[in-house]
Design a protein around this ligand. Sequence first.
Ligand code: SAM
Length: 231
Amino acid sequence: MQRFFIPKEDFSGDYIVSRDKGLIGQLKKVLRAKEGDKFWLFEGSGLEYLGQLIELSANQAKFLIIDKRKGIAETDSQIILYQSLIKADKFEWVLQKATELGVAAVVPVVSARSIVRQVTPAKMKRYQEILKEATEQCGGAVIPELSLPVSFIDAVKHSAKQPGVKMIAWEKEGEADLIKAKDSCIFIGPEGGFTEEEISLAKDGGITPVSLGKRILRAETAAIASLAKLL
Ligand code: SAM
């Protein structure tokens, strides 16, 4: 059954009224939805609502809420991905796959060797859309949080305030493996990797270097491999 994210402000009592042109277009033209059809709808808190379409016009789609439940695809673990900025298309791929895997938040990091050093507002908007669409597609009920890009040291400080195990994936780490825990943070470097100085700053910040195996993975592969193991 098709599912859609609808902002909380469109919920009112037992009804949901959306005036989002994209949603209306998808219902009318793509799904050829008709009154009586049911959809799972979510507003991002972790709950999902079974909505019966009771009105579909060019300007609005109105649903009657006929059931509500905790999102069945939500995990109770919190994994935060501190992803160094990498080339945009690869970064977008990481956002999509990390969402499917159930990441709670993505913090873009401007690492020393990041080639990409900033994200424009238009790009941030596109990244948000990717997170929303991936959440809809995979049956999630919470869209992962995406923060604005931060410096490496600010990322270390941010992670210190998070619960659980903090790790930084470092290809020069020979022994330590990823540590599975209910809550964790994982740092992934850019195409050129982390500098020795960044690794030492991470250690000072209570972040443990971990190995993802003997092979050198591309940054995007490392991100997904880590999340797949942690989740
Ligand atoms: N220094 C690498 C090289 O020599 O090609 C480049 C870094 S790698 C392409 C990008 C990121 O993926 C690294 O910063 C690290 O976070 C992670 N990574 C890749 N392979 C890894 C491994 N075997 N163990 C731990 N982390 C790895």
